[in-house]
Design a protein around this ligand. Structure first.
Ligand code: 5GP
Ligand code: ZN
Length: 114
């Protein structure tokens, strides 16, 4: 837990979120400013500042991908396609310094993203 981290506050239910999946390791919730009909944020309950902070051998990334697949199947975007995105650091436009994936779908997504 990082004291001033907004995603840690969601993990600890200190601020509300529209949670779509939760287990002992991760929580997933709808993005507050959705960029697509489906836009889910998937985070580990443990605070890692970014994907670079995850120690080798830790299976959290693999687990987050498994959870993304489950949500893609449940929301229907597995049928039409989707994007699973990790923004890392300044040039990656990471605005919340708690590791997360964006799961986006429900419309055609442009590439490259800009
Ligand atoms: P980043 O730019 O760090 O990759 O993405 C952070 C995402 O978190 C943004 O899409 C932003 O809309 C979302 N976000 C930021 N604060 C909150 C919040 O308090 N609640 C929810 N549900 N999403 C948030
Ligand atoms: Zn955090």
């Amino acid at each position: 837990m990082s004291k001033d981290c907004i995603f840690c506050k969601i993990v600890n239910k200190e601020i509300p979120a529209d949670v779509v999946f939760e287990d002992d390791q991760v929580i997933a919730f709808n993005d507050i400013a959705p960029q697509a009909p489906v836009h889910v944020i998937i985070i580990p309950k443990e605070h890692f500042e970014s994907i670079l902070s995850v120690p080798a051998g830790n299976d959290i990334i693999s687990h987050m991908h498994t959870v993304a697949n489950r949500i893609a199947l449940k929301t229907g975007i597995a049928k039409t396609g989707f994007r699973l995105v990790n923004n890392c650091g300044k040039d990656g436009n990471q605005t919340v310094p708690h590791l997360h994936y964006h799961l986006l779908g429900g419309r055609p997504l442009l590439w490259p993203p800009g």
